[in-house]
Design a protein around this ligand. Structure first.
Ligand code: NAD
Ligand code: DAU
Length: 358
């Protein structure tokens, strides 16, 4: 995609990763018009984008990707030059209690976007315009679970285990099917676990930070032996920017931190950082660790081989984990109001009144 192209749709831009992508694109590409489409579910929050909300090249539209008529109209109105699709239900535990919502947003919502993109791309091709691309953001969870050894590569067969990962795998298959069948210019990336600011405190790291801060138990599933590969969210946003502009159409890119941690070891590191920051006696936060019933179908280990992205597009993670985690803890401690408002649902109530869904 070259600089002459202007209108970029980012879906799910009010969420955790999406807000970092929107912020980066709005600040870095003043010549682009960035349209952030988000339903503002419990996970999406416009206070995540306060610093850029008044920028001339930023537009927010509240809407639901499961509504095909609305999506078609939006594409006709804006005639996008590209799409970065992040909107999704993203929490594994919620997918276990309510799988259908994940099918609706992650599968049906993605297919609605693909259909609208296909019509627009066909129209643009007839006008001689050929730069359109549909970039789908996915997860390493589609590859299933690793044993003690090995890494997920772009060729690892899909083997999802949770309703969340099954819905993401299904959406990836649809994206590839639209490339194979209709030649719609698509790209997919599959990333490992992100951490950083604006992460909703239902996921392990922000939940643990919030609980440690409030001297509440830190729930660790099973024995805490499960391994995740953690990547700083701004490094993911940088990879998305790079792949959107330079990725090869039809290709898949794995993104990961080369940074594996057993949950229990990560929690101990976090406790140490928090004791230090909160001037608590060493061991105070760790005393909150509570082993609880394991997650059903809990994948043992995820680890990403991101060498393709590193070699072909020259991307690499910018931060060491300890540094990133410390930055993250500092952000949460400095942003108490944000944390209180997302956990109480106050932001949700406020934005529900401010923004009517189209
Ligand atoms: P998130 O839950 O923080 O944000 C999702 C956003 O999508 C929210 O703003 C929400 O309001 C919006 N949304 C949900 N349903 C919608 C609908 N029907 N219509 C329009 N908007 C809707 O998620 P996240 O962690 O930022 O993840 C973003 C994407 O990245 C997802 O596709 C996820 O699968 C993928 N991903 C996440 C991670 C991670 O570690 N968080 C890692 C790899 C891939
Ligand atoms: O791998 C990428 C995926 O990472 C993304 O696709 C998902 O959207 C994202 O939510 C994340 O999924 P995980 O299930 O790995 O993240 P979560 O933070 O929920 O859990 C991380 C690990 O910590 C996992 O092994 C489960 C465990 N856990 C989680 C919670 C919420 C606990 O032990 N206790 C908890 O309270």
């Amino acid at each position: 995609m070259n600089k002459a192209q202007k209108k970029v749709l980012v879906t799910g831009g009010a969420g955790f990763i999406g807000s970092h992508v929107v912020r980066r694109m709005v600040n870095k590409y003043p010549e682009y018009q960035i349209i952030n489409l988000d339903k503002l579910t419990y996970a999406g929050n416009l206070s995540n984008l306060k610093d850029i909300e008044n920028k001339a090249n930023y537009t927010f539209v509240r809407g639901d990707i499961t509504d095909a008529i609305f999506i078609d109209k939006l594409f006709e109105e804006y005639l996008f030059d590209g799409v970065i699709h992040l909107a999704a239900e993203s929490h594994v535990d919620r997918s276990i209690s309510n799988p259908l919502e994940f099918v609706q947003t992650n599968v049906l919502g993605t297919v609605n976007l693909l259909n609208a993109a296909r019509k627009l791309w066909k129209f643009q091709s007839e006008q001689g315009k050929t730069n359109f691309r549909f970039y789908h953001i996915s997860t390493d969870e589609v590859y299933g679970s690793l044993g003690a050894e090995g890494l997920f590569t772009e060729d690892t067969p899909y083997d999802p285990h949770s309703p969340y990962s099954a819905s993401k795998a299904s959406s990836d298959h649809f994206v590839r099917a639209y490339y194979d069948t209709y030649k719609l210019p698509t790209i997919i990336s599959n990333c490992s676990n992100n951490y950083g600011s604006y992460h909703f405190p239902e996921k392990l790291i922000p939940l643990a930070i919030n609980n440690i801060k409030n001297m509440k138990p830190i729930p660790v599933y099973g024995k805490g032996e499960n391994v995740r590969d953690w990547l700083f969210v701004e490094d993911h946003a940088a990879a998305i920017d790079l792949i959107f502009h330079q990725g090869k159409i039809g290709d898949t890119y794995n993104i990961g931190g080369n940074n594996e941690w057993k949950n229990i070891e990560l929690i101990h590191l976090l406790c140490k950082i928090m004791d230090n920051k909160l001037h608590r006696t060493e061991g105070t936060s760790a005393s909150l660790i509570t082993f609880v019933k394991d997650r059903a179908g809990h994948d043992l280990r995820y680890a990403i081989d991101s060498s393709k992205l590193q070699k072909e597009l020259n991307w690499k993670p910018s931060l060491q984990f300890e540094e990133g985690l410390e930055k993250t803890v500092t952000w949460y401690l400095d942003n108490e109001e944000w944390l209180n408002n997302v956990t109480s649902g106050a932001y949700m109530e406020y934005y529900n009144e401010q923004y009517v869904r189209r």
